[in-house]
Design a protein around this ligand. Structure first.
Ligand code: FAD
Length: 443
C-alpha cells in the first residue's frame, strides 16, 4: 500500500494527518507523522511552567468564528467544545492614557449596521470614517495597509493598528494589505456570525493538539516524536517520455526510510528547515517576533467585558487575555523589544494593565515572559510574491505550513488550510497515478 509521510507536527502537519486519517478508504496504519520535538504543536503549544505552577501557552492565540477550517478540524478531532467565546461579535478596548472604555461590536447580518451605531463603532470616528474600511477590500497586492489608510485617519490608532498587529504581526506601515483584505473578506464582510472571538478553553494543547493526537492514535496513525528530518534523496526515471523526479529516501537523525513514487511526503516544516532540506524555495527568512507576558494573579479574575480579551491603546501592551487567574499580555510586531530585559518589560506592562484588571500596581505577581523571535515571517507585500505553492517540482512531495501560499497570514487558520490543501492535492495526485496505471494495464 502507498505510504503517507508527514514531517512536522505543528498545526499544518497535524491538519494534514487528520484530513488523511479521516478519509474512510485510507488505513491509518499507512499514515506516518514525524516531529523533531518531544511534543506536537510547534508554535501553538502549551507547557507546565515551574514558576507559575500551571499550564500556560507559548502565546495567546485568538481565532474568529469565521475560521472555517479550524472549526472543521476541531469537529473532526472532537474538540469543538474546547474553543470558547461569546455569542456577541464584540471586542472590548481601552485607552490607558485616559481610561476610556469602548466596545467595537459587529451586528450578526452582513450589512454593517454597527458603523451607524455610535455605541458599537470606534469612538471619535464617524460613519464616513468607517466606510474607509471598504477601500481595504480594493487593496492591491503591492500595497501596505498604511498605503490605504494613513496614520492621521481617525480609525488608524484605535482599529487599524491593533488589527494589523493582531492579524498580520506587522505594523500597518509594513503589513501586506492583501492579507488584511483576504481576512476581512472571510470575517468582517460576512457579518458578526464570522467575527465572534474564540480562544482555547484551558490551553492550546488541550484544544488543538492533544485531541488531534488522540484522534490519530485511535485511527492507527504511526506517530514518531523526536524524529528530525535531515535530508531527502531524489530519484528520476531514465525514460525520456517521463521526466518526473520523486523523493526516494527520507533521512532522519537515526533512521532512513525508502519511499516510492506512489508514496506521499508532506513537508510541514517551518520555512528555515524546509528551505534547507528542499531546493528551490526562495523566500526571505526575516522574522517578526511576538512577546507574551503571563501574570499569575492571586485569584481568578471576573471581568464584565463582553469577551475575555481587551485591546489596549496608548501603551506597549496590545491585548490582554483572561483565563482564570492568568492574565496574559500579547505584544506583536515586537522585534524592537527583543533586546529589552524581561524585568523592564514586565514592569512597563504591569503598570499599564494593573488598573484595567483592578489589581494593585505596586504588587507585581509571578510572571513568565516568552519572546518568540520567529513567531512569523515578516508579512509585507514582498513576501506574497515568494510564498511557495503546495506542489513542489517532485512528483510525490508536497509543502504545507503557515508560510506557504495560502493567501492568509501566518495563523492557525492558514496553517490548517495549508495542511488540508497538501492532503487533498496528494490524494488527487495518488488517484491520478493509479488511474494512469490502470489505463496502461488495460491498453
Ligand atoms: C506567540 C505567537 C502568537 C500567535 N498568535 C496567533 C493568534 O492569535 N491566532 C492565530 O491564528 N495564530 C497565531 N499564531 C500563529 C500560529 O501559531 C502559527 O501560524 C501556526 O501554529 C503555525 O503552524 P505550522 O504547522 O505552519 O508551523 P510550526 O508550528 O512551526 O510547525 C512546524 C513543526 O515542524 C517541526 N520541525 C521543524 N524542523 C523539523 C525537522 N527537521 N524534522 C521534523 N520536524 C521538524 C517543528 O518542531 C514544529 O513542530 C501565533 C504564533 C505565535 C508564535
Amino acid at each position: 500500500m502507498s505510504q503517507y509521510h508527514i514531517i512536522g507536527a505543528g498545526m499544518a502537519g497535524l491538519a494534514a494527518a487528520v484530513k488523511l486519517a479521516s478519509i474512510p478508504k485510507l488505513n491509518g496504519k499507512d499514515i506516518n507523522l514525524y516531529e523533531t520535538a518531544p511534543q506536537a504543536g510547534g508554535r501553538c503549544r502549551s507547557f507546565v511552567d515551574a514558576t507559575l505552577g500551571c499550564e500556560i501557552d507559548n502565546g495567546n492565540h485568538l481565532l474568529l468564528s469565521g475560521n472555517y477550517c479550524a472549526m472543521e478540524y476541531l469537529d473532526i478531532t472532537n474538540a469543538a467544545d474546547q474553543l470558547i467565546g461569546p455569542d456577541r461579535a464584540a471586542f472590548p478596548f481601552t485607552d490607558i492614557r485616559n481610561a476610556q472604555r469602548w466596545d467595537v461590536e459587529f451586528n450578526r447580518s452582513k450589512f454593517p449596521f454597527w458603523i451607524f451605531d455610535k455605541n458599537k463603532r470606534v469612538p471619535q470616528a464617524g460613519v464616513l470614517d468607517h466606510l474607509k474600511l471598504i477601500s481595504l477590500m480594493r487593496a492591491k497586492d503591492t500595497q501596505t495597509i498604511e498605503d490605504i489608510i494613513a496614520p492621521d485617519h481617525p480609525l488608524y490608532e484605535r482599529l487599524i493598528d491593533p488589527l494589523s498587529v493582531a492579524v498580520i504581526n506587522m505594523t500597518p506601515d509594513t503589513a501586506s494589505a492583501k492579507l488584511m483584505r483576504n481576512v476581512l473578506a472571510e470575517t468582517a464582510l460576512k457579518g458578526g456570525r464570522a467575527c465572534q472571538p474564540r480562544i482555547a478553553r484551558h490551553s492550546l494543547a488541550q484544544t488543538f493538539v492533544d485531541p488531534a493526537i488522540k484522534f490519530l492514535k485511535d485511527k492507527g496513525v504511526n506517530i514518531h516524536m523526536g524524529a528530525r528530518l535531515k535530508a531527502i534523496t531524489y530519484n528520476a526515471h531514465n525514460n525520456k517520455n517521463d521526466k518526473a523526479q520523486w523523493a526516494s529516501e527520507l533521512e532522519f537523525t537515526d533512521m532512513k526510510i525508502q519511499t516510492s513514487r506512489d508514496d506521499t511526503i508532506i513537508l510541514a516544516l517551518p520555512p528555515a528547515p524546509a528551505s534547507q532540506i528542499l531546493d528551490g524555495i526562495d523566500i526571505a527568512l526575516d522574522y517578526s517576533a511576538i512577546a507574551n507576558l503571563h501574570f499569575k494573579l492571586d485569584a481568578p479574575i471576573d471581568v464584565d467585558w463582553p469577551a475575555p480579551i481587551m485591546g489596549i491603546i496608548g501603551g506597549v501592551s496590545q491585548w490582554v487575555f483572561i483565563r482564570g487567574s492568568i492574565a496574559s499580555v500579547t505584544i506583536s510586531a515586537a522585534n524592537e523589544l527583543l533586546t529589552q530585559s524581561a524585568d523592564e518589560l514586565t514592569q512597563t506592562v504591569w503598570n499599564e494593565i494593573a488598573d484595567i484588571l483592578g489589581q494593585d500596581k505596586h504588587t507585581l505577581p509571578p510572571v513568565r515572559v516568552i519572546k518568540e523571535k520567529r513567531a512569523s515571517l515578516q508579512q509585507g507585500p514582498a513576501l506574497e510574491t515568494q510564498r511557495p505553492a503546495c506542489e513542489t517540482g517532485y512528483d510525490n512531495l508536497f509543502l504545507a505550513g503557515d508560510w506557504t501560499d495560502t493567501g492568509l497570514p501566518a495563523t492557525i487558520e492558514g496553517a490548517i488550510r495549508s495542511g488540508y490543501k497538501a492532503a487533498q492535492t496528494a490524494q488527487k495526485s495518488t488517484a491520478q497515478k493509479s488511474m494512469t496505471k490502470e489505463a496502461k494495464t488495460h491498453a
